[in-house]
Design a protein around this ligand. Sequence first.
Ligand SMILES: [Zn+2]
Length: 106
Amino acid sequence: MADPAQRRQAIEPREISQESDTQLRISWADDKVCVYHAAHLRRACPCAQCVNEWTGQRTLKPEVISDDLEIRDLNIVGRYALNFRWSDGHETGIYSFQYLRDLCEQ
Ligand SMILES: [Zn+2]
């Protein structure tokens, strides 16, 4: 089994860069590089408005999010997550690094 300390290390981003209005790139400590499309991230928003907290069921309908959705702002929350402000005004999602890494590997 992997050493938990090593596993945590692996999901640390080394570099987070907004490539364009619709694209985000994360380089991870283990050299993996992930490129995310804004609309894809927005549709995966983990906040309580987008996912039912009790059932875990996604209440946000993917089709209401435009493919042209843009990233307006990006903040690092603590040392574990990212928060986005999207062009549709939504800004309550906290995307942990672990979650972002999982999205990349799906
Ligand atoms: Zn949300």
